[in-house]
Design a protein around this ligand. Structure first.
Ligand SMILES: [Zn+2]
Length: 169
């Protein structure tokens, strides 16, 4: 008989509950024992599910380098979903993020998790994402962050809030 009191940890990525998550790279309770999703995957899933309209509104979604935990997004009936990866066979189409073969303002949401740190011309990639996003569109772009790098990142990207056309989620 299952002891439900011991099912303390739930994984939003696979929908299962466990007595605990597994350790991963020195972090306790980091990895789902079933689907292997780690903290950032579960956090992104919860964010998309609870803080965006991705699961109910009709949206055109472009998802770069989709991690396996997010394949279910491609099955949501409300989404016009396209996944892309630089490497052929890893997503629905092969695409260079610095030359997105889509029309201007043709996408409502871009998901681009932990991609830009691998792109040499990341400014061009950002310009391309901005170009294809529609007015009021959203880009979800979680990236690595450390206090040590934050000053450099701000200086390098010259981060300024984008008013009007792109809203933050
Ligand atoms: Zn899981």
């Amino acid at each position: 008989m299952r002891d439900l009191d011991k099912q303390l940890f739930s994984c939003p990525c696979c929908g299962k509950s466990f007595g605990k998550f597994q350790a991963h790279k020195g972090r306790e309770k980091a990895k789902c024992p079933r689907c292997k999703a780690r903290e950032r995957h579960r956090l992104l899933w919860l964010y998309l599910e609870n803080k965006t309209n991705l699961f109910h509104d009709k949206l055109r979604v472009l998802h770069f380098a989709p991690e396996r935990w997010f394949k279910a997004l491609g099955t949501l009936p409300n989404l016009d979903y396209l996944s892309a990866d630089l490497e052929p066979g890893r997503a629905m189409i092969a695409m260079d993020i610095t030359e997105i073969p889509l029309s201007d303002h043709s996408v409502d949401v871009i998901i681009c998790s932990h991609v830009l740190e691998h792109v040499i011309d990341d400014r061009r990639a950002m310009r391309e994402m901005y170009r294809v996003l529609c007015t009021g569109g959203s880009a979800v772009k979680p990236e690595y962050y450390t206090r040590e790098l934050s000053g450099q990142a701000i200086k390098r990207y010259g981060l300024k809030p984008v008013q009007g056309r792109v809203k933050s989620l």
